[in-house]
Design a protein around this ligand. Sequence first.
Ligand SMILES: [Zn+2]
Length: 399
Amino acid sequence: MDMKSTDIEKIVRQVLESMGSQGASAPKAAGPLPKTSRVAMLTKLEHFDLQEYPIPELGDDDILVKVEGCGVCGTDAHEFKRDPFSLIPVVLGHEGTGEIVKMGKNVKKDSAGKPLAIGDKVVTCMIFKDNPDITMFDLNKQNVGGADVFGLLPDDDKHLNGWFADYLLVRGGSTIFNVSDLDLDSRILIEPSAVLIHAVERAKTTGILRFNSRVVVQGCGPIGLICIAVLRAMGTENIVAVDGEAKRLEFAKLMGATEVVNFKDHKGTEALAEAVKDAFGGYLADFAFQCTGSPIAHANIYKFIRNGGGLCELGFFINGGDATINPHFDICSKEITTVGSWVYTLRDYVTTFDFLKRAKAIGLPMEKLITHKYPLEEINEALETNLKMEGLKIAIINK
Ligand SMILES: [Zn+2]
């Protein structure tokens, strides 16, 4: 066959053009992907069903993520047990992380402006509709409490809506962050840690929290323990942890608490306040973080704070009932400045990535917070373990 060089050039150009146009319209993929994905569908109270659905076609702004793991949150346990959000059937799991395996042609950068590529490790935050007040990276904007989140979405015809699954379909318009420089355990702890970054930012608005402050942290569940770690990572040296469980108080020390007080060892609020004072060497706290969901704990905590001190209340993610305080003694005459804190802003999310690196660098054993790991097939057991309040953070880890 006799082919002129001009013909060859023409063919090469055609091939290149067709490749180019294909590259621009078809989604980029890591390689052959399975046709289906398992999801853990909560089909009735206290029961997940492992269901298999086709992996849908990707839109130009969509990202397909292969799930590596997802923490079990109190909210998941709440939904599993009572369905307070009337979401059943629902794929839960919002503290998840995984690897990008496919993305639409428009996807170039994450929500912080970092480039995104196949193989990057990511987390999602909120899915925004049209509220400009929560889409901005601005400390003065409101928290993201009003937005949607993967893992708490109603089921739809695509089904890949939560992180308790093999794959998650991240739809265009949702926030996503490239966290390839964090290990899997750290990535699973991002969401709960962001809650504490936000709480500390709220606390700082009082002007009372300083490097040398005496800080009391009440409640040593995952939230209280991460609170201690965040305070420690930002240079607070004088932290007293209060809880009723010796094991959790031991953990509080590992996370950076200087002294611990077991409330079961002290009868009555006055005695407990004395114990906190003793733990600070004869001083009340300058600042307090209330990390339990107990109204009695809220009422007690004012007694631990000095005149002119501050309080951040962040324990009531859900309605835990009314607390009885004495406005004269607890707030007015002591001039206590209180702030409430709930979820986080997008800016807090990015600060959290730095916090997790710093926590590791100063030797805080964050990974020990994840006390139980279950494969997706054992998700019902994972939720039951969470409900029994055994351990601290429970996670689903995919193989
Ligand atoms: Zn959560």
